[in-house]
Design a protein around this ligand. Sequence first.
Ligand code: PXP
Length: 240
Amino acid sequence: MLTLGVNIDHVATIRQARRTVEPDPVAAAVLAELAGADGITVHLREDRRHIQDRDVHILRQTVRTHLNLEMAPTEEMVKIALDIKPDYVTLVPEKREEVTTEGGIDIVSNFARFSEVVRKLQAADIPVSWFIDAEKAQIEAAAKTNAKFIELHTGQYAEAKDEASRQQELAILTKGTEQAIDNGLRVNAGHGLTYWNVYPVACIPGMEELNIGHTIISRAVLVGMERAVREMKLAMKGEF
Ligand code: PXP
């Protein structure tokens, strides 16, 4: 069954705009779970622009579904993950100047170093997912690191300007999912998914979890977190 991981980073973005204590992403996670979220995702960035260490520590104790920690494959982050023990880690590329994660990570060019990161995390029973573009070489490299999952980057699909290019990007994601499964990987996807574009991705055979943040938090600001999550669950079933 396809599951929804709700990314609550932008609740923390609002809080950090004033460097105050509200709104609390921990409260947002509780409401998201009550509304049917299957998992909670947070990205602890090197510059701590939204989620803080404190959030991840408390979420580890309060999340009742599963906690997916997105992070860069750095020594600092590996140390934090080994301490917190999220249910799984998604390794992402990170540039300080970017507004959001801009593309998949390049495993091929960093294979030895990245394999060691996977080894360390999985030795501590933390399954690893690689956030990658749906490219054969990256998928095969992900499998060779022994990671359990990949998360396919859906950014190009989300940004497609017309129906023909959207279909083309969807076909790339579908083929990537197939290749990943053939390589023994489990497949998630995310980035840029919205209430209006999520359904075709939700229909990709073998897709396990969609990690969705911006569109849900944007809606939650207007209609409340629970309704926003419930409506996304409907959108994933093509019923929105
Ligand atoms: N997956 C990954 C790896 C991400 O970095 C992000 C953005 O933080 C998302 C999913 C969620 O993307 P969006 O906020 O566009 O739904």
